[in-house]
Design a binder for this molecule. Sequence first.
Ligand code: SAM
Length: 288
Amino acid sequence: MKTEAETRPVEDHYILSRGFAANIRLNLQHYLWKDEVGYLLHPSIPLHVEGLSVADIGVGTGIWLVELSRVLRPSARLYGLDVSHAQCPPTEVMPSNIFLRIHDCLSEPPSDLIEQFDVIHLQCFNSVVPDNDPVPVVHKLMKMLKPGGYISWSEFDFTSWKTTATASGTDYNDEANTLLEYNATLGHTRPKPNFMAHNWTARLPLTFETLGMREIVVDRHPFSREIATYLLDTFMVAGQEISANVLDAIGGGQGDVARGLIEAVGRNRRNIELGLDRLTVIGRKPVA
Ligand SMILES: C[S@@+](CC[C@H](N)C(=O)[O-])C[C@H]1O[C@@H](n2cnc3c(N)ncnc32)[C@H](O)[C@@H]1O
């Protein structure tokens, strides 16, 4: 299998940033998720197998792979596939059984990635999946799985997103919801359906089933009340990134509108309660 140095950069339409704040945002989300659900990879997936081959698609800062390498057998091989590894630490300081490789999950996998992996993991792909349709992505990932291999896909399920005023929060005008709708409908380089109204994450179990995955496991986990405010902070950082990367480029002052909403959420932060679920869906490729 080719390494990072042997693969070429691909065209990148990512709407979020890859700077310091974005790195911290991803790592904080990772630790909050892990702390809440209590696992890195769902326990229905057997991990303690010699020579396990794991791919993380859209590796971000690499934090998930680094942590997973600490609990797997030394013979495991872990691959971080992404269109950019700018958010990862230097390759030299990462565990020696982690290999980074440029790969666009929206493209057909090359022959050396076919049937290579026992486990393929994805999380936080709302900003990546085009047209609210994960089918082409899952279809390509299934080609990369060994027979009997697993896909584990975890997302914030924005269909469960609910912000309410706290009992003492009389000054709150629902700016967080307005911002989410604003980003969900404009935050892309081409017209995009509203991911709140037509969210594909809630349909992931059905998508897996339709594409022929077996042994489907669904773990829906509401974030606890006291943790959700920290998540709200991370979404506001993401909102700032989208306002600069996408909305300013669209023009018409739309970036300023989004930043105004973010400021209002900041002023009202202690008047808002957020409810949100993390959804994890696991499916297994048939053996024959
Ligand atoms: C929101 S981040 C999530 C990172 C990581 N999975 C996590 O949970 O911390 C999305 C990641 O997907 C990557 N990405 C964007 N478009 C991609 C594509 N077409 N194929 C593979 N990765 C992509 C980005 O570079 C980024 O690292």
